[in-house]
Design a binder for this molecule. Structure first.
Ligand SMILES: [Zn+2]
Length: 79
């Protein structure tokens, strides 16, 4: 079973680490660009320290993209 998540990519140049922000659920829409971020209860800015390069960047909902992944256990959701 494939799942879809809201995620951002680390903003450090050459660090391609993907940070998973929130589970959307099982994939039901294709392509993934059909997923729309609902603005209700959504913070306008997030800060997250990259586990790969160690840098903390700020991210906004505009940085979020829907990405496919096997289900992630223990995900700390951003909102
Ligand atoms: Zn990074």
């Amino acid at each position: 079973m494939k799942y879809v998540y809201w995620a951002v990519q680390c903003k450090t140049p050459r660090c391609t680490q993907v940070h998973y922000a929130r589970e959307i659920g099982e994939i039901t829409k294709h392509p993934l660009t059909h997923y729309l971020l609902e603005s209700d209860n959504l913070p306008s800015e997030f800060h997250y320290q990259c586990g790969k390069c160690g840098t903390t960047h700020s991210y906004t909902p505009a940085d979020m993209v829907a990405v496919e992944s096997p289900r992630l256990s223990g995900l700390q959701q951003w909102w």
